[in-house]
Ligand binder design. Structure first.
Ligand code: URA
Ligand code: SF4
Length: 204
């Protein structure tokens, strides 16, 4: 495992970064994934959403948050009046990681080494987009910025000033909501998720 900064292009804009990221081999995830799934959205987007890593659907289609988690995210964004077209949507890790055979392709959470390897792409995106607010979906994204000590359960929904953006927040990952077996817990988490994104809409 090396570091994606070796692959950063000299001339940087979102298009050249996305192109260069297609060739990234800084960690082993590129070996089994179909393609790099880079972030998408306009330069100057006020809000940057950062997920964990592309899932099976995203790996096949090449765009972030278009599978089941993306559907839930889209629903909640619409509910709080945020227009996805105006946001920049990306992931902490740009390649899908999976275990099992080709038929199963079971999502495997990225480790600290992959997150650190991929961080150069995320920081390059932040430097181009210059969002007013960064919203981390889940612990992996939050820990990419603030380190492995960050706990969603302790700090969810709080807004911090950070070197990357004047406003920074972490909330649940939509996949975590989809996975909760207990219906009441799921409904409660979803209402927290909604409240957090409503706060984002009001902050920016
Ligand atoms: N989960 C993520 O974290 N990111 C995606 O793009 C899709 C699912
Ligand atoms: Fe490079 Fe990130 Fe893919 Fe690893 S996951 S190969 S660091 S783009």
């Amino acid at each position: 495992v090396s570091d994606a900064s070796l692959y950063l292009p000299e001339h940087r804009d979102l298009a050249s970064l996305a192109r260069a990221a297609q060739g990234c081999k800084a960690c082993p995830l590129h070996e089994r994934a179909t393609r790099t799934v880079f972030g998408e959205g306009p330069v100057g987007a006020r809000v940057m959403l950062v997920g964990e890593q592309p899932g099976d659907t995203e790996d096949r289609e090449g765009r972030p948050f278009i599978g089941p988690a993306g559907q839930l995210l889209d629903d909640v964004l619409a509910q709080v009046g945020l227009n996805r077209q105006e946001l920049y949507v990306t992931n902490a890790v740009k390649h899908f990681g999976w275990m099992g055979d080709e038929k199963q392709r079971l999502h495997a959470k990225p480790g600290r080494r992959e997150v650190l390897a991929c961080k150069a792409w995320l920081e390059a995106e932040v430097a181009q987009v210059k969002p007013r607010m960064i919203v981390c979906l889940g612990a992996t994204a939050a820990q990419s910025f603030l380190g492995p000590g960050f706990r969603i359960n302790l700090s969810r929904g709080q807004v911090f000033e950070t070197p990357w953006a004047p406003a920074w927040m972490a909330t649940f990952h939509p996949s975590a909501l989809l996975r909760m077996p207990d219906e009441r817990a799921r409904a409660q988490a979803r209402s927290h998720f909604e409240a957090d994104l409503r706060k984002v809409a009001e902050t920016v």
